[in-house]
Ligand binder design. Structure first.
Ligand code: PEP
Length: 249
């Protein structure tokens, strides 16, 4: 039985003082042993947010990190730099980073491996565009993205990875995938994982759905056999996020 993992992706929102107050209010509402909860915040908010995540058993995530440790990479942040901030998770390859910052599958694979080596849990994002869905190549696209992200990763390390299936057309649009679309895509990713690794490993890897998740649609999505939680953007900026975490009521 896979434990659900529900992660907040604050993206580039809030300022540190606001983040501190918000996390202090939200974290106790999200404290539960039933679900793994993670707040993925901008790097400059790790310190203020950590004050509330740690005591409430909530993970602390970054939204990006570099695959090298040091060097001439202006503006980047590496895993040794994150070490002292209690970071537990890293979102890797979010579609916004693929789209606006030209992140390649190769870089995403390197970042995934680096996160694991640094003891972080990578939340690796995959997902199709609307054009790809309309062209009926969603499953093929997910297969390619998943395979490229997993290159050179052992089955033992793969068990630590979380995959976030995020259809690009559903991110921040208010248009959520139907439970059938989300389940079909997540199931197809699990099939690919079984091909890359083996069936027992694929059964251990958690696959989230992301894209306009709200308290109204979370329980239906989470009832699907291959959906093991969510990556939540917009709704994670409000106390509503706690309702998603406590979806069982
Ligand atoms: C996201 O940022 O990963 C996301 C899914 O955003 P939203 O929930 O706003 O669609």
């Amino acid at each position: 039985m896979r434990k659900k993992i529900i992660a907040a992706n604050w993206k580039m929102n809030k300022v540190p003082m606001e983040a501190k107050d918000f996390a202090a209010e939200l974290a106790p509402l999200c404290a539960t042993p039933d679900v793994d909860v993670v707040f993925c915040v901008p790097h400059v908010m790790l310190c203020p947010v950590r004050k509330s995540t740690t005591p409430n058993g909530i993970g602390l995530g970054v939204q990006n990190m570099h695959f090298d440790e040091f060097g001439a990479y202006t503006g980047e942040i590496s895993t040794p730099m994150l070490e002292h901030f209690g970071v537990t998770h890293a979102i890797i390859g979010h579609s916004e980073r693929r789209q606006y910052f030209n992140e390649t599958d190769e870089a995403i694979n390197k970042k995934t491996k680096k996160a694991i080596a640094a003891g972080l849990i990578p939340i690796v994002c995959v997902g199709e565009s609307l054009a790809q869905r309309e062209a009926n190549i969603t499953i093929e696209h997910l297969r390619i993205q998943t395979k490229l992200a997993m290159v050179g990763i052992s089955a033992t390390d793969a068990e630590k990875i979380v995959i976030a299936y995020e259809p690009i057309w559903a991110i921040g649009t208010g248009v959520v995938a139907t439970t059938q679309q989300a389940e079909e895509a997540c199931a197809s990713i699990r099939t690919v994982l079984a091909e890359i690794f083996d069936e027992p490993t694929a059964q251990k890897i958690r696959i989230q759905y992301g894209g306009s998740v709200t308290p109204d649609n979370a329980a239906d999505l989470f009832a699907q056999p291959n959906i093991d939680g969510a990556l939540v953007g917009g709704a994670s900026l409000k106390l509503d996020f706690a309702k998603i975490v406590n979806y069982k009521g």
